[in-house]
Design a protein around this ligand. Structure first.
Ligand code: AMP
Ligand code: MG
Length: 550
C-alpha cells in the first residue's frame, strides 16, 4: 500500500489522493476533521496542535501498515495540521484509495479511532473565543461611547502602569535551546555543578607541587584538555598539561612551557613565575547559585550560559501573535500612487520593523472606513487568536473614528483612551481576558511614540520580561520645548561621542512628521509647559528602535 504522510503548519490544500494503478481501484474515501467552535462546553476560536514530528510520522505509518493487513487498500494520504488551526479549518485530512468501499471505510474508521491514542500529536490548548462575541448580533447598534470615560485622560506614568497591570505573562513553553533566541526565560536556571567543574590549567605547561623547591623536574604523565588521570605528584615530578586540562591532584601550580627548558622527559625552570596559572573549581559560580534568572531576555550570552548548564529545553515565553490593522480611506499601499488627498501607508512597514526584535507572528491588513463594512470584513476567529491587537488610526473622536467601538464590540474593556503626552494623545488601551489591544494614532510619529512607551511595555509583560525603562542621559545641544499642557516625548538621536552617550534632539513640528524616523533612536521625556534646556542638561529618555539592543 502506498502511504503519504504530511505534517504542516499551513492550511491544508487537498490535492488528489496518490494516483492508483489505472483501473485497479473502485473507491476514493476522503475524510476531513474540522475544528469545532466548542470544546468542553467553552466557545473557542482555535486549537493549537503540537507534535513530535518524526515520531508522529513513523507512528502513523506503522498504524496504517498494521490496519491494512486486515483491510487491504491501495493508497493512503494523511495530512495533519500543526500549530494554530482556526475554528472551521481542517485539522486532518485522510484520503484512501481502495478496490471496494468496505475496506476503505474500515481502514478510515480504525485509523481515526487509534490516531489519538497511538500518535504523538496533541492539542496543546484551546484558544477561547472573544468573550463578548457570543452575545453579539450583527444588527446590534454600535455601542455608544460614554463621554465621561472617553475623556478620561491618563498621565504618561498612569498609562504605562495601567498597561503593566493589565497585561499578564502568557503561558510559557519549552523550546530547544537553539530556538530560544529573543525569548524571555520563564524559570530561574541555577548552576547544576561548580563552574568550572574541576581545578584546571589556564596555560599549556607543567603542573608541579605548589611549594616544590626542586630545580629539575621529570615529566611523569601528560593530561590533555579532554582526559583526566588522578595522580599524587611528588617533589621533582611534573605532569604535562594543556590549557583547560584538569589537574591530577590538589595543591599544584602550573609552570608555563615558555618558562622552562626541556630535554627528553626532564626540564628546568629558567624564568620563575609568581602566578599559579589555575582556574579553581567553582571560582566562577558554585553549584546551586543562580546562573540565569527568570525574566531574562535570551541572547547570545545568556543562551551560552544555559548551554553550559545543560539546560537544553528552557521554559520560555511563547511566540506572540500580533494583528496590526490600518484604517482610513486616505491610505494607499506603498506601491500605489496616491490620488489628491491620499497618502501612502507607512505605519505597516514601521510596525513590521519595530516588531522584528520580538519573536511574534504578525498579520497585517487594512480596514475600510465604514464601521459595519469593516466589521463584516474581520475574521473574528483569527482576531481571537491574537495576543495583541493593534489598530492604526481612528483612535480619536472624529466622525469616522471607530477604533474604540470596534474594540468594545470585540469584547475589549477599555482601560484608557487618551494619554497626556505629545505626540500620541489619542491612544486607546483595552483588555479582553489575556489579550490586549491598542488603538494607536495614525500619525506616523505618534504611532512610533505610542509603540515605544505603550506597545513595547505590553509585549514585554505578555512575554514575562522586563518592560522598557527610562534611562538618564545628556543633551548634546540646546532644546526649545514649546509651551503646552502635555509632557513631550521628543525624538532624538543617541550617539556615542567624546567618550559619553549624547542625545541630539531632532527637529519635528507635528505628529505627522516622518523624516526624524531616519535617525530617531531615543525619545526624550520633557515636562509639560515647555521651556528651554541647555546643552549638557540631564534628561530622561526611552531607547527607541533596536539600537540599544544591538
Ligand atoms: P487618524 O489617527 O486616523 O486620525 O489619522 C491621522 C493621520 O495619520 C491621517 O490623516 C494620515 O495622515 C495619517 N495616517 C493614518 N494612517 C496612516 C498610515 N497607515 N500610514 C501613514 N500615515 C497614516
Ligand atoms: Mg483616520
Amino acid at each position: 500500500m502506498k502511504i503519504d504522510i504530511q505534517l504542516t503548519d499551513a492550511p491544508i490544500v487537498i490535492k488528489a489522493a496518490p494516483p492508483p494503478e489505472r483501473g485497479a481501484h473502485g473507491v476514493l474515501v476522503e475524510f476531513q476533521g474540522v475544528v469545532r467552535g466548542g470544546e468542553d462546553g467553552q466557545s473557542i476560536s482555535a486549537l493549537d496542535y503540537e507534535a513530535y514530528p518524526e515520531m508522529a510520522v513513523r507512528q502513523i505509518r506503522r498504524l496504517l501498515e498494521t490496519i491494512s493487513t486486515r483491510h487491504p487498500c491501495l493508497a493512503v494520504r494523511v495530512i495533519h495540521r500543526l500549530g494554530l488551526v482556526l475554528v472551521g479549518e481542517t485539522a486532518i485530512y485522510v484520503g484512501i484509495i481502495s478496490r471496494h468501499r468496505a475496506e476503505g471505510f474500515a481502514l478510515l474508521s480504525e485509523f481515526m479511532d487509534r490516531l489519538k491514542q497511538d500518535v504523538p500529536i496533541w492539542k496543546r490548548r484551546a484558544l477561547p473565543a472573544l468573550t463578548a462575541l457570543a452575545d453579539h448580533s450583527p444588527d446590534a447598534p454600535v455601542p455608544a461611547v460614554s463621554p465621561a470615560t472617553h475623556s478620561a485622560i491618563r498621565s504618561l506614568d498612569e498609562a504605562i502602569s495601567g498597561i503593566q497591570i493589565h497585561s499578564h505573562p502568557l503561558v510559557a513553553v519549552r523550546l530547544p535551546l537553539a530556538q530560544a533566541f529573543g525569548r524571555v526565560l520563564r524559570e530561574t536556571v541555577c548552576a547544576p555543578a561548580d563552574l568550572p567543574p574541576f581545578d584546571c590549567s589556564t596555560r599549556d605547561g607543567y603542573a608541579i607541587l605548589a611549594e616544590d623547591t626542586a630545580r629539575d623536574f621529570r615529566v611523569v604523565d601528560t593530561i590533555h584538555a579532554a582526559g583526566w588521570t588522578p595522580r599524587q605528584l611528588q617533589s621533582g615530578e611534573a605532569v604535562r598539561v594543556a590549557t583547560g586540562a584538569p589537574l591530577p591532584c590538589a595543591g599544584l601550580r602550573v609552570v608555563m612551557q615558555e618558562n622552562v627548558e626541556r630535554q627528553d622527559d626532564r626540564f628546568r625552570i629558567v624564568r620563575p613565575e609568581t602566578a599559579a596559572n589555575l582556574r579553581l573549581r567553582g571560582e566562577d559560580l558554585k553549584a546551586g547559585q543562580t546562573l540565569v534568572p527568570a525574566d531574562t531576555l535570551l541572547h547570545a550570552g545568556t543562551l551560552a550560559l544555559l548551554a553550559t548548564a545543560g539546560c537544553v529545553q528552557p521554559l520560555v515565553s511563547p511566540r506572540l501573535r500580533v494583528c496590526h490593522f490600518t484604517t482610513g480611506n486616505e491610505i494607499v499601499p506603498p506601491d500605489q500612487t496616491p490620488a489628491p488627498g491620499q497618502i501612502r501607508d507607512s505605519n505597516s512597514m514601521l510596525m513590521l520593523g519595530l516588531l522584528k526584535r520580538f519573536p511574534c507572528d504578525l498579520e497585517q491588513n487594512h480596514l475600510p472606513e465604514d464601521f459595519e463594512t469593516a466589521w463584516a470584513r474581520l475574521d473574528l476567529n483569527r482576531i481571537a487568536t491574537a495576543d495583541l491587537l493593534l489598530i492604526s488610526g481612528g483612535a480619536s473622536v472624529g466622525d469616522k473614528d471607530f477604533t474604540r467601538p470596534l474594540l468594545e464590540r470585540l469584547g475589549f474593556k477599555i482601560i484608557f483612551s487618551q494619554v497626556n503626552v505629545r505626540p500620541g494623545k489619542p491612544l486607546i488601551f483595552g483588555v479582553n481576558g489575556s489579550r490586549v489591544a491598542f488603538g494607536l494614532p495614525g500619525n506616523p510619529l505618534a504611532h512610533f511614540v505610542c509603540f515605544h512607551f505603550g506597545v513595547a511595555t505590553a509585549l514585554a509583560r505578555l512575554s514575562g520580561g522586563k518592560p522598557p525603562a527610562f534611562l538618564r542621559g545628556r543633551l548634546a545641544a540646546r532644546l526649545e520645548n514649546p509651551p503646552g499642557p502635555r509632557e513631550t516625548l521628543w525624538p532624538a538621536r543617541l550617539e556615542y561621542s567624546g567618550g559619553t552617550l549624547q542625545l541630539h534632539p531632532l527637529a519635528w513640528a507635528s505628529s505627522g512628521d516622518v523624516t526624524c524616523f531616519g535617525s530617531a533612536s531615543a525619545l526624550l521625556r520633557l515636562p509639560a509647559n515647555g521651556g528651554s534646556l541647555a546643552a549638557g542638561s540631564e534628561v530622561d529618555f526611552l531607547p527607541a528602535t533596536a539600537i540599544m539592543d544591538a
